[in-house]
Design a binder for this molecule. Structure first.
Ligand SMILES: Cc1cc2nc3c(=O)[nH]c(=O)nc-3n(C[C@H](O)[C@H](O)[C@H](O)COP(=O)(O)O)c2cc1C
Length: 321
């Protein structure tokens, strides 16, 4: 299941499919109009105005399960929010987030991000005392603790953060800003640049070759984007090089920030001296071992390759190059 499989009931009797927000950064919050944290609406609206055009969506789900602090009907709640906080993000139907009648979306969110404490906050002690009185298992249960708990999904649909109501709204904004900016720049990149950047930032990737009738996997670290091609480096004297020569169909795999990438393709040798020199400039630690004219240094690029980005929660993304 991914967040894009869920829908949320809207105030006017419809259903909002979160699949509509594929590629957006989402903040999902359970709200209440009469809570000490209700002024969070002000910061949420500011964030919405600042980042909505760049892809932020806020999903406001009123909930009366915490201290009966959202007693009004959907119209009354909406009037309150627009009057006091001028909110413009969509407001959903009042719903449960814990218990038998909880929205299925919340069951999912809780499996993705559990409770990790209230952090340092002036009302921490009061909240902890209240929790202990209502639920003896509160510390380990992923259940929502109070109004204005916020979940954040990145543009791939991964639930990357959960903020308790006690979290500073500036921290929430930092998280949103980072996700918005990271991916705005990623969206401008071509597919091959995305693949290169991912491998480069992962630092280490694993290269699988065929060793006779046996597959063999090795740690690799070299990668270079040159003339629109992704190159890796090795030495002709190594068994890995002989294996590639015997069967150039290889696969590499890298992992970074909860996402992984597989690239399957054919490696082609390229003896261009400039590319070897560029590799050594990029990775000076190779200089004591290789030089462009040593007859050993080898640069290989991917041809007819298929790259697949995956994560447990998000959609797969495939790039051919
Ligand atoms: C983190 C790490 C990165 C590595 N990067 C490369 C690389 O980019 N190119 C390379 O030829 N070998 C690299 N190696 C070495 C290979 O994993 C492997 O040990 C080497 O090719 C010897 O294997 P072979 O003699 O069976 O070919 C790296 C090893 C480690 C631990």
């Amino acid at each position: 299941m991914s967040i894009y499989d869920y829908t949320v009931p809207t105030a006017n009797g419809g259903e909002l499919a979160l699949a509509n927000f594929k590629g957006k950064v989402m903040l999902i919050v359970n709200t209440a109009t009469g809570c000490g944290f209700t002024p969070h609406y002000e910061a949420l609206e500011k964030m919405y105005e600042k980042y909505h055009e760049q892809g932020l969506e806020i999903i406001d789900i009123p909930c009366n399960q915490f201290g009966n602090q959202a007693p009004g009907n959907d119209d009354e709640i909406h009037q309150f929010c627009t009057l006091h906080y001028n909110t413009k993000f969509p407001q959903m139907k009042k719903s449960d987030v814990n218990g038998d009648k909880a929205l299925p979306l919340y069951a999912y969110l809780k499996t993705q991000q559990g409770f990790r404490g209230f952090g340092a906050h002036q009302h921490k002690d009061i909240l902890e005392k209240m929790m202990a009185e209502t639920d003896p298992g509160w510390k380990t249960s992923p259940d929502i603790k109070w109004n204005f708990t916020k979940f954040v999904a990145d543009r791939q649909g991964n639930i990357v953060a959960r903020f308790e109501p006690t979290a500073d709204m500036q921290e929430v904004e930092k998280c949103i800003a980072a996700l918005i900016n990271e991916t705005v720049s990623e969206n401008k990149m071509s597919g091959i640049e995305k693949v290169y950047k991912f491998i480069d930032e992962a630092g280490t990737y694993y290269l699988a070759t065929a060793d006779g009738d046996q597959p063999r996997v090795r740690a690799f670290g070299t990668v270079l984007l040159y003339d629109g091609k992704i190159y890796i480096q090795t030495g002709k004297a190594k068994p890995v090089s002989r294996q590639i020569a015997a069967n150039p169909k290889v696969e590499i795999c890298a992992f970074k920030n909860g996402r992984w990438l597989r690239v399957a393709g054919k490696l082609v040798n390229d003896d261009n001296r400039d590319i070897k020199a560029a590799m050594l400039e990029k990775m000076p630690s190779l200089k004591p071992l290789y030089s462009p004219d040593d007859g050993n240094m080898q640069m290989l690029y991917f041809k007819n390759a298929k790259a697949t980005f995956s994560s447990f929660a998000g959609e797969q993304e495939a790039i051919n190059f």
